[in-house]
Design a protein around this ligand. Structure first.
Ligand code: CMC
Length: 423
């Protein structure tokens, strides 16, 4: 059987056969037969905007792989920095490569004093840390003028390392500012997650000792959030990067996309929802309101791509129990479990293939660890920076076109300007 489709233009009987390649048909071929006839695809529901070798996702089967490696194995056996290397360079590092990589990241954790003292300290006292992070990342482009050299391999790699290394420092600085605590400088003798926890929680002790269970949980959450192929923020990264802007500006755009409650803001929304529900007895009424369409959606449920249980959600649920052993159980857990049980047995949710996504349980962990809700999306931004950068590099290496979709115009016909006094 031919792996192709044939399109016939019924207006004139002309046809074109287009091969099916990697599960897609080329829109360029389509345009040869039908120039000026556009695909109407709001939200890119049926559009593959690029070819990518980074992450494989099968939403029906609940499969997620980075560079071919199952997410379950990476979460169980790898570390966030190793996964970062894998996503960026395509292969797991050798012992020497890993040591050099860790050293590179560790030696770029400091931020310029002006970023903190002049820029971050200039925010209003109640600034949202995610807003601070988005702006601070964009501001970094003004400190590294070589960042514009995006086709110089050395310069490009340096910005990649800087961004990965400085993201936790900026995130922690935003947190400390929002709670009125002094900035803590990075401690480069610590691991990536431990150092982040030190910059967040250190008070007066000479050296912060992170709880190993919590540091490990954070590292696993970083692995799970590192990439998810063409999601909203990664698409923003590729779109902005396609105009050849510098990686700090493109990362700021990606982080801004992540900020929204339909994307990275969902775990914050989950906690607000669970807090509003307040007790297990209220769960059935809440579900009824969701189903009626009159209230909010069931936050942390549903996904554009996963039409079965999000494999990351399973791992997060397991990690949650490990964290609760240390922190004590998050009292909202019982409400979450009840919601999940009722929703998974309800035709409304099953018929729409709505299952828990990665955000359903991650917020419970962050809250139990002591993070304020405003920090949740910030915590997502740190590891997703790796995914954004991996896609940005891939896009540049593919010599991609500037992202510039078409529209179907539905506005006024031509009309003449009327002066303001005559309207
Ligand atoms: N609760 C109740 N109904 C839902 C939900 C939900 N969470 N999600 C989708 N639906 C319904 C929706 O009302 C629609 O029903 P109908 O066909 O009767 O109109 C149907 O399911 C399809 O919904 P959709 O909005 O067309 O689906 P989408 O693929 O555009 O949306 C989504 C995906 C993630 C935006 C959506 O499921 C949602 O809003 N979920 C809640 C927010 C959330 O948890 N987001 C985190 C996503 S995972 C992390 C990340 O990617 O950042």
């Amino acid at each position: 059987m031919a792996e192709s489709i044939t399109i016939i233009d019924n207006r004139n009987g002309e046809s074109i056969e287009i091969p099916l390649l990697n599960g897609g048909v080329s829109a360029t071929e389509w345009s040869k037969l039908l120039p000026g006839v556009w695909f109407y695809d709001p939200g890119f529901m049926s559009t593959a905007a690029c070819e990518s070798a980074i992450t494989y996702l099968d939403g029906d089967a609940g499969i997620l792989r980075y560079r071919g490696y199952p997410i379950e194995q990476l979460a169980e056996q790898s570390t966030y920095l190793e996964v970062a290397y894998l996503l960026l360079y395509g292969e797991l590092p050798t012992t020497e490569q890993y040591a050099a990589w860790k050293n590179e990241i560790t030696s770029h954790t400091f931020i310029h004093e002006n970023v903190r003292k002049r820029f971050l300290d200039g925010f209003h006292y109640d600034a949202h840390p995610m807003g601070m992070l988005v702006s601070a990342v964009a501001a970094l482009s003004t400190f590294y003028l070589d960042a514009k050299e995006i086709f110089d391999p050395e310069s490009r790699n340096k910005q990649v390392i800087r961004l990965i290394a400085k993201m936790p420092t900026l995130a922690a600085a935003a947190h400390r500012f929002s709670v009125g605590m002094p900035f803590v400088y990075p401690d480069n003798s610590l691991d990536f997650a431990e150092n982040f926890l030190s910059m967040l929680w250190k008070v007066a002790e000479p050296r912060f000792e992170a709880n190993p269970v919590l540091a490990h949980a954070l590292d696993v959450l970083f692995i799970l959030h590192a990439d998810h192929e063409q999601n909203c923020s990664t698409t923003a990264m590729r779109v902005v990067g396609s105009s050849h802007s510098d990686p700090y500006s493109a990362t700021a755009a990606a982080a801004a996309a992540l900020y929204g409650p339909r994307h990275g803001g969902a775990n914050e929304a989950v906690i607000r929802m669970l807090t509003d529900i307040a007790s297990i007895e209220n769960v059935p009424d809440f579900i009824a309101t969701v189903k009626s369409g009159q209230g909010q959606r069931l936050q942390g449920f549903g996904h554009r791509v996963y039409k079965s249980y999000d494999p990351r959600a399973k791992i997060v649920k397991r990690i949650a129990y490990e964290v609760f052993e240390v922190t004590g159980k998050n009292p909202l857990l019982d409400i979450a479990l009840e919601l999940e049980e009722i929703a998974l047995a309800d035709e409304y949710f099953t018929s729409r293939h709505l299952y828990p996504n990665v955000d359903f349980y991650s917020g419970l962990i962050y809250q139990a660890m002591g993070f304020p809700l405003e920090m949740f999306t910030v915590l997502f931004s740190i590891p997703r920076t790796v995914g954004w950068l991996a896609h940005w590099q891939e896009m540049l290496d593919q010599d991609s076109k500037i992202a510039r979709p078409r529209q179907l115009y539905i506005g006024s016909e031509p009309r003449d300007y009327v002066s303001i006094t005559a309207r």
